[in-house]
Write a new protein. Structure first.
Length: 110
């Protein structure tokens, strides 16, 4: 992203400087917008590289597919609670995590 912004910025100078006559003011306006966009890409690319976690996109919790039906059949209430209890018994989750998730499952519509 940084390299693309820099290349666009570098190679865009020639067409804008070649404008003559009545087109020159419009070329300067377009050139100013073009430079701002290229600088945005360069700065945003630096931001992505310097951030602690990559922000290549947002993370979504997808439960349904595009047409609105379940993407995968959801486990029934009973099996979800049993799996949660098994995780607690095996020591994979704490009591606090168990209670929080159990409350969340209990509050879901059946």
């Amino acid at each position: 992203m940084i390299a693309a912004g820099a290349l666009f910025l570098l190679f865009s100078a020639l067409p804008f400087s070649a404008a003559e006559g009545e087109a020159r003011p419009y070329a300067y306006i377009f050139g100013g917008i073009w430079v701002c966009v290229c600088l945005f890409f360069i700065i945003y690319g630096i931001h992505i590289i310097s951030s602690d976690k990559p922000s290549y996109g947002m993370v979504f919790d997808i439960e349904t597919n595009a047409i609105g039906t379940d993407a995968a059949p959801r486990d029934d209430f009973d099996s979800r609670i049993r799996k949660l209890e098994k995780l607690k018994e095996d020591g994979l989750i704490t009591e606090e995590e168990y209670q929080r998730k159990r409350t969340q499952i209990m509050n879901e519509p059946w």
